[in-house]
Design a protein around this ligand. Structure first.
Ligand code: ZN
Length: 275
């Protein structure tokens, strides 16, 4: 049994502020440890249920956040940002996907809610006309290759969305959002117990999970905070500018549409206003 873990940071135990997850800022080193511990708890739980292979993919910011020296030795990890499938690089061939430390989509009151970039850059992403979280677009990539989402960890909004979309997914709610920057948090020991138990049940119940498979064609619409950023991404064939701040594209093959999204996000970062 191969478990693939996409590990973001905003949904990690105790994280409530952007300062907690930006490299170099006060508290960041502390929260790297808590991120690593959340990932290890998921590995431990899955291993207790008999999983034997673990591939972790760094999925936050520069994608160099987990403390390698603290990682469970049963796991391997993809470190670094240059990867065409981004938060999902290397998922192919796994039996089940875990989302650890995930967060709610842009525009909601989840802790540090956003979709792929800061809400000062991207204000909304829609997939086939519905607001779409990072989790949902990543779950679609896995689902269309027949791989289900087994575990999601993060705040209450993140877990609630997962339960509404992926049948029989197990969730570990490590904090309850009061506001985008305020949460009622579990202590690490309690949070890790919750993650371990949910991961164990996810692997035990893997046969009953259903891959998430929305139908083709796949239409992405990205709304940027400024018209200037929308103008900075108009280089892809098939990409249309819907209005001042929105661009859209459609493809029959979800992987093609998804890679285009990753490319659009990289170009958006070339905007002079970025940062
Ligand atoms: Zn992140």
């Amino acid at each position: 049994m191969k478990v693939y873990i996409s590990a973001d940071m905003e949904g990690v135990t105790g994280v409530t502020h952007s300062q907690d997850v930006i490299p170099g800022r006060y508290q960041y080193e502390r929260f790297r440890g808590l991120l690593t511990a959340d990932v290890n708890a998921a590995i431990e739980g899955a291993a207790q249920a008999g999983a034997t292979e673990f591939l972790v993919n760094e999925a936050h910011d520069g994608m160099r956040n987990i403390l390698l020296e603290g990682l469970d030795p049963r796991a391997q990890i993809i470190v670094g940002q240059r990867k065409p499938l981004s938060m999902m690089q290397g998922f192919e061939g796994s039996d089940v996907v875990f989302f650890v430390g995930y967060h709610a989509r842009a525009g909601t009151e989840g802790i540090l809610s956003h979709t792929f970039d800061s809400p000062t850059v991207v204000t909304n992403v829609e997939l086939n006309g519905e607001p779409c979280s990072e989790a949902r677009m990543n779950a679609t990539l896995a689902g269309l290759r027949g791989i289900p989402i087994g575990l999601v960890t993060g705040d209450d909004l993140t877990c609630k969305e997962a339960e509404s979309l992926y049948r029989r997914v197990k969730t570990a709610e490590v904090k309850t959002a009061v506001d985008r920057y305020t949460a009622r948090c579990l202590a690490p020991e309690a949070a890790h117990g919750r993650i371990r138990e949910a991961a164990q049940r996810a692997v035990e119940g893997v046969g009953s999970l259903t891959p998430y498979t929305p139908g083709a064609p796949y239409s992405f619409t990205v709304e940027f905070a400024t018209a200037s950023t929308a103008a900075s991404v108009l280089y892809f064939p098939g990409l249309e500018r819907v209005d001042d701040r929105r661009v859209s594209w459609t493809h029959e093959d979800y992987t093609v549409a998804f890679k285009m999204f990753v490319g659009v996000m990289r170009l958006a970062r070339s905007d002079p206003d970025y940062g």
